[in-house]
Design a protein around this ligand. Structure first.
Ligand SMILES: Nc1nc2c(ncn2[C@@H]2O[C@H](COP(=O)(O)OP(=O)(O)O)[C@@H](O)[C@H]2O)c(=O)[nH]1
Ligand SMILES: [Mg+2]
Ligand SMILES: [Zn+2]
Ligand SMILES: [Zn+2]
Length: 1013
């Protein structure tokens, strides 16, 4: 016992103890007791004698309860009970009045004793992975609580008293059963706490708001002050042309039947009133009737909203095939997802009964079809049955009855009512409309984003060029886009659109809609936003329309079966799609145009990573409509491969939420066509298997070999970084001596880039609403450059003044961004707080400095690289001087693989709070958040920002400024340096699930112009 005892603490970690020696109770002066990772079933009552204990750590045992004597430990400040089997806490826990930290992650607690809420000094309460069904209102008494972890429980709601926790800076609620949030949560959010609520069945419109970010959620919850339930739904009437959609709508509105009705020319939105089937209230159903022209049919699907009811109309006289019933259903499902709901409505049913295999359709579209309701629009047959069915289905839509502020509704109605006279309005007009309904700035932005997400308007508030235009009539826009897609000269030029043609296409039309030239730059930019086109060399004034590229595959440097040269590794992935996803290749072509080699065709694209040092090439090809093959070849292919794979998944999830797909790894045996499902391999490896046999060639394959390239994330990230540091040191030591060192450096460069990407993913999981990479430095004694590291080593750190500089996270070119430098005065406490994360950052940044000399294709000049190294060296010396609380972390033993540790996460949030404190309007020296093609969110400097958002194109006929801007001091579009975008947080939306609405694929399902023209 004495042997184990040192300086007031005793450690029996990982001894396999099944019980504690009785003598433990004699150690009355013991301050800390560590019993991590043993087999303890219980703690002895004698524990109560250790009255000087301040810290008790019993993580990772098999305790099912605590002795009531635990209450005697009056000096206890930290109690760690993670990963035990505890089902309930004794009431005596309430006596631990000094307790600051209580960790119960991974137990079986169902109910919290009310005594727990006496612990007024508690700062951290970790209840992740328990079985809580209910959080008592008394939680509001824990007013010193800073961190509350409640992920993975069974909570259905939060008490409003949660708003009393005025010191809270972290609230984790992921993986519960929460559907609504009390308005009081806004009191927490407006203090910018770190808040997460993924994997909860949130009611509308919360999911959209959550993915937009904390400010949006805050604005919405605050607006609920005067909210009333709102009974409204969107119904889309879809189907082939001339099947009776408009006539059906007229019949539903009790209007007279019109024989030989004129075809509908644009989108028409008609409000219909229904009685709620269960409640004593009226519902407004906004029915969307699209224009009749066949050619624009393809654009309709872009407005298929997720939370809407679909009425699929077909003509019973013409039959099911003629009316494309299945085609329409699968298009709706692809874009909306598997919870789409549709009603089948055959028309012309006076003369003929519908012949349709409804049972078979039901099987192909499970849970999608509410029923079939034959009608005749002329006689009115079946209309009243259909009416009650629409009412029933609409009442079941998730947003029905949601709480909304009447001010928001009024503002929205005011704006939307203008769509028939004005297809678009300026942002200034939108703001004006909201202002007259007393919406504040945050509410206005949130309302715009919400309307965009719901498919009512098109508004990109975070795009330089587009933030001033609000499109009200989607069809007005898609028609403009369709004109480009149909343009014969552009088709003949293999998709190269000469900007000089835009005038002819949009303005000098003989028939159809005419679009004044002031709109042209916006349209072209919107086409880029929708991934339809990208600008070729700026000087050339040309864009590539990716879906119009040639059909035939050009000659390529290599194809899938070309033998590989030495030193080159190959990673191949097959993505098997359950249905065809028209436009998938065009999308990838646009998304990765930075890697373009000019070699693209209808079914494929050949890419080269823009950083030539990585020597990474990729071939992507769609075969037989449903098999997308992706192969990357490089000395170190992982980076490019991961980028492309993430990008593909991001796109599939966002654009086709209803599309099912499977990843396959091809069998490496030469000539074998066998394939292994990726998930199966991962599962087997998880289960401990080392090999897998191929059913085609009977060879046993090493699973780890099959998974090479898919491996990222298997090694714990910190030791992964360490390993790279060792390699870096070895490279430095060998520079100039070793044969083949260029190749070695190139491999290393690609590997570190891949790791930096992984680091950002890990970090983003904790914080994404501010820049995360930084260095620290001290000011010089006099004036002049920063204090050199050698001198700093000698100097005592006084914390009087420390410079913190944020970094730009542009891949391959990370660099400090001087304008984002903060002078931290007397911030010792803060710096200590962020120390654990600073150490993590240090490990990362060292890999971000390119090795000069050996590699071609490094974009940074030598001097810059030297500056980087110097800064990192400085930061290192400083970080060493910070009295970091790393000790506890080291005791933990096993580090989380792809997450920050708790202290690191806490420190990162500390950094965030510090930045928010020093930079109240969050301008971060004009660093801005962007989304990489593969979906991750990055913070980049203005110089690199241009690569993500090139702004409005300058077209050959200089347009007069967009009309609406005049009211905005004549020049609303110019950004003053340092001025905020409407909201710096921008949108995480795309990251999470993308938006089925408004993403134009515009691949003609049936070509509008014959292919051979
Ligand atoms: N007899 C009969 N004619 C119909 C019915 N529904 C539509 N029509 C006629 O079919 C034509 C096309 O209808 P319309 O509503 O414009 O079709 P949409 O293009 O799908 O909107 C019009 O001439 C209508 O009068 C129906 O149920 N019975
Ligand atoms: Mg019509
Ligand atoms: Zn095989
Ligand atoms: Zn930059």
């Amino acid at each position: 016992m004495e042997r184990a005892r040192r300086d007031g603490y005793v450690r029996f970690s990982g001894w396999g103890l099944q019980s504690l020696p009785a003598a433990i109770s004699e150690l009355g002066d013991l301050e800390r007791l560590y019993l991590i990772h043993n087999r303890l079933k219980s703690l002895p009552p004698g524990l109560g004698h250790l009255i000087n204990l301040t810290e008790l750590d019993v993580r990772n045992n098999v305790l099912s309860s605590l002795p009531k004597e635990i209450g005697e430990l009056r000096k206890l400040e930290e109690l760690y009970l993670d990963d035990n089997q505890i089902t309930a806490l004794p009431p005596e826990i309430g006596q631990l009045s000094e307790l600051r930290e209580l960790d119960l992650d991974g137990n079986k607690i169902e109910v919290l004793p009310s005594e727990l809420f006496r612990l007024r000094n508690l700062e951290q309460l970790d209840l992740r992975n328990n079985r809580l069904t209910f959080l008592p209102a008394e939680i509001g008494h824990l007013t010193n609580l800073r961190r509350l972890y409640l992920s993975n429980n069974r909570l259905k709601e939060l008490p409003p008293e949660i708003g009393h926790l005025t010191k809270l800076d972290k609230l984790e609620l992921d993986g519960n059963l929460i559907t609504e949030l009390p308005r009081e949560v806004a009191q927490l959010l407006s203090r910018s706490i770190s808040f997460s609520i993924a994997r909860n069945p949130l009611a509308d419109p919360l999911p959209d708001l959550v993915s937009r970010g904390i400010d949006a959620l805050d604005a919405y919850l605050r607006s609920l002050e005067d909210a009333v339930p709102h009974y409204e739904a969107k119904v889309l009437i879809v189907g082939e042309g001339a099947v009776g959609k408009t006539s059906l709508l007229a019949a539903l509105k009790d209007e007279k039947f019109v024989k030989n009705r004129n075809t509908t020319h644009g989108l028409e939105i008609h409000p219909l009133l229904f009685n709620h089937p269960d409640l004593d209230s009226e519902m407004t159903v906004r029915a969307w009737d699209f224009g009749g022209q066949e050619v624009y049919r393809i654009t309709h699907q872009f407005f298929f909203s997720r939370r809407a009811l679909y009425i699929l109309v077909w003509n019973a006289r013409k039959g099911q095939e003629q009316s494309e019933v299945e085609g329409w259903l699968s298009r709706v499902r692809l874009r909306v997802g598997h919870d789409a709901r549709a009603i089948l409505v055959p028309t012309h049913c006076d003369e003929r009964n519908p012949e349709i295999d409804f049972e078979q359709l039901k099987q192909s579209f499970p849970n999608m079809l509410s029923g079939q309701f034959p009608v005749d629009n002329q006689s009115g047959y079946g209309i009243s049955e259909l009416r009650s069915e629409i009412a029933k289905e609409a009442a079941n839509l998730p947003q029905m009855g949601r709480m909304l502020s009447p001010r928001w509704i009024a503002a929205r109605d005011d704006v939307l009512a203008r769509y028939q006279s004005e297809p678009q309005i300026s942002w200034a007009d939108f703001v004006e409309a909201c202002k007259s309904q007393h919406l504040d700035e945050e509410e206005t932005i949130t309302l715009a984003e919400l309307l965009h997400d719901l498919g009512h308007i098109i508004y990109y508030g975070d795009d330089e060029g587009l933030r001033d235009i609000v499109v009200l009539n989607p069809e007005w826009l898609t028609k403009a886009i369709a004109y480009v897609l149909e343009d014969a000269p552009t088709r003949e030029a293999n998709g190269v659109l000469d900007h000089a043609r835009l005038r002819t296409i949009w303005q000098d039309r003989i028939e159809g809609e005419v679009y004044p030239s002031r709109h042209h730059p916006y349209f072209l930019r919107l086409m880029e936003k929708f991934d339809i086109s990208y600008r070729l060399e700026e000087r050339e004034k040309k864009s590539l329309i990716a879906q119009l590229v040639p059909h035939s595959r050009p000659v390529l440097p290599w194809v899938f079966r070309t033998p590989v040269s030495a030193n080159v590794r190959v990673v191949t992935l097959v993505c098997k799609l359950q249905e065809s996803a028209p436009g998938i290749v065009a999308w990838l072509t646009v998304r990765h145009h930075n890697s373009s080699t000019g070699k693209h065709w209808r079914n494929g694209v050949f890419l080269r990573h823009p950083t030539s040092a990585y020597a990474s090439e990729a071939l992507i090809e769609l075969q037989q409509d449903r098999r997308l093959i992706m192969q990357v070849r490089a000395p170190s292919p992982d980076l490019f491969f991961n980028v492309l794979r993430d990008s593909l998944e991001h796109m599939l999830r966002g654009r086709w939420p209803g599309l099912r797909y499977q990843f396959l790894v091809p069998c490496p045996t030469p000539g074998c066509t066998g394939e292994f499902p990726l998930n199966g391999l991962l599962r087997r490896r998880e289960g401990g298997s080392a090999t897998r046999d191929c059913l085609e060639c009977d060879h046993d394959h090493d699973i780890s070999v099959l998974l090479t390239g898919f491996n990222t994330g298997q090694v714990e990230i910190r030791s992964h970084l360490e390993a790279l540091h060792e390699e870096l040191d070895a490279i430095h030591a060998s520079v100039g001596r070793m044969e083949g060192s260029v190749q070695r450096v190139e491999v290393f460069a690609a590997q570190s880039a891949d790791s930096l990407r992984r680091v950002l993913k890990v970090v983003s999981a904790e914080v994404s609403d501010c820049p995360r990479m930084f260095t620290l430095a001290l000011p010089p004694r006099n004036t002049g450059p920063l204090v050199p590291a050698a001198m700093l080593r000698e100097r005592r750190l006084t914390f009087q003044l420390v410079y913190l500089t944020l970094w730009c996270e542009h891949p391959g070119e990370w660099h400090p961004w001087q304008p984002a430098t903060y002078e931290l005065k007397q911030e010792r406490e803060w710096l200590v707080r962020i120390a654990p994360y600073a150490n993590f950052v240090l490990k990362t940044l060292r890999l971000a400095v390119p090795i000069v000399g050996a590699v071609s294709g490094i974009a940074l000049p030598r001097q810059t690289v030297d500056d980087l190294s110097k800064r990192i060296e400085l930061m290192k010396v400083l970080a060493e001087k910070l009295p970091a609380e790393v000790e506890r972390q080291e005791r933990l033993g096993e580090l989380p693989k792809n997450e920050l540790t708790k202290p690191e996460g806490q420190a990162l949030r500390g950094l965030r709070s510090l930045l928010f404190k020093y930079d109240e309007n969050r301008s971060f020296g004009d660093l801005r958040r962007v989304q990489a093609p593969s979906g991750e969110l990055l913070w980049v400097c203005p110089r690199h920002y241009h690569e993500y958002d090139p702004g409005l194109p300058e077209l050959p006929n200089p347009p007069t400024r967009f009309q609406g801007l005049e009211s905005n001091n004549g020049d609303g579009a110019e950004r003053v340096a340092g001025q905020q975008t409407p909201r710096q947080r921008t949108s995480e939306k795309q990251e999470l699930e993308g938006r089925p609405d408004h993403h134009l694929t515009a691949v003609p399902l049936r070509p509008a112009v014959p292919e051979n023209t």
